[in-house]
Design a protein around this ligand. Structure first.
Ligand code: HEC
Ligand code: HEC
Length: 264
């Protein structure tokens, strides 16, 4: 008796399955599709939207905030050595607009970053980010908006032509702070010298040697709390988030250490 199939039971199970499928189609696909902001991007997308998954989870260069970090696509041509003409024009522009904060030859005792010897692609990227409001600074956003594309290329060529504060640290110098030399793999912090010079120079990573200590701590804290968010793929933000105040202080003191006097 119990082995006999129960026709009424089987029918009600079938009816329940059909009803469930119909309700899912209505709830997950038909209802969202008639909402005014529906964009037909496939059934999976419709299901995700209905389930409340934010659309920017699938973002490409977007960060978790849904905001694109930077509009600048770094290109090797930005690293070209500027012509004498470009350097000369950049020098005049810099003298009239930049030296009061960044120093006569791109080195300053104030807390503004040094620009002497900075890679041209870094200067071009940062000025474009200020211009687009991707990196915030009341002073620099206003100034960058006054510069044409050619002005930016010329000041970058000028500053790149000036001598750097000093050379990169030697790779295996045991006195380097651990984060600078080896990073901390357990916290996904890559060694600073793998990108900022020493072992390797990642295209677009700024030259940090001799930068003012307060500038360095301010930038690292800004990456950590997300108020600076113009680093593509959140590269610096992800590392800074794992750093303590003490570690930020330590790497800043290290990179800011005084340059050897001229000729040494
Ligand atoms: C009134 C002072 C002032 C003037 C004038 C000024 N800057 Fe700046 N600049 C700053 C400060 C302060 C910062 C750091 C701002 C921040 O925290 O983002 C900065 C940042 C920069 C950066 C980013 C550097 C880096 O390492 O990321 C660049 C590039 C730059 N300035 C270029 C220029 C150029 C080119 C001019 C002239 C057209 C200029 N600045 C004029 C104060 C100034
Ligand atoms: C994987 C490569 C990489 C590593 C490792 C790395 N950085 Fe960076 N860092 C970058 C890039 C790229 C930028 C430029 C971001 C942008 O486009 O604004 C940057 C920017 C910075 C800046 C801002 C400088 C300026 O003038 O704008 C500071 C400060 C900095 N990094 C410090 C560090 C320190 C300290 C470490 C080691 C704990 C470190 N970075 C490790 C790639 C790296």
């Amino acid at each position: 008796m119990s082995a006999q199939p129960n026709p009424i039971g089987a029918k009600s199970v079938l009816a329940l399955v059909v009803l469930t499928i119909v309700l899912m189609l209505v709830g997950f696909i038909w209802l969202p599709s008639v909402q005014s902001d529906f964009s037909a991007r496939g059934v999976w997308d419709a299901i995700c939207r209905a389930a409340g998954v934010p659309t920017n989870w699938s973002g490409d260069d977007k960060t978790r905030t849904g905001r694109i970090a930077t509009n600048v696509v770094l290109d090797r041509s930005m690293a070209r050595v500027g012509s004498a003409d470009s350097v000369g024009r950049g020098a005049t522009l810099a003298l009239n607009n930049c030296t009061m904060c960044h120093g006569a030859r791109g080195m300053t005792a104030s807390n503004a970053p040094n620009l002497a010897g900075q890679y041209p692609e870094v200067i071009i990227k940062q000025l474009n980010d200020y211009n687009a409001g991707k990196r915030g600074s009341a002073i620099m956003e206003t100034l960058a908006r006054k510069l044409s594309e050619r002005d930016i290329a010329d000041v970058a060529a000028y500053y790149a032509s000036l001598p750097k504060a000093r050379t990169a640290p030697t790779t295996y110098d045991e006195s380097l702070p651990a984060l600078v030399r080896v990073g901390d793999p357990l916290r996904n912090i890559a060694p600073c010298i793998a990108c900022h010079g020493g072992v390797d120079q990642k295209f677009g990573a700024p030259w940090l040697e001799g930068m003012p200590r307060d500038y360095l701590t301010a930038e690292l804290r800004a990456f950590r709390n997300g108020s600076r968010a113009n680093d593509a793929e959140a590269q610096m933000r992800n590392m800074a988030r794992a750093m303590t105040d003490q570690e930020i202080e330590e790497v800043a003191v290290f990179y800011a250490r005084k340059a050897a006097p001229e000729g040494h």
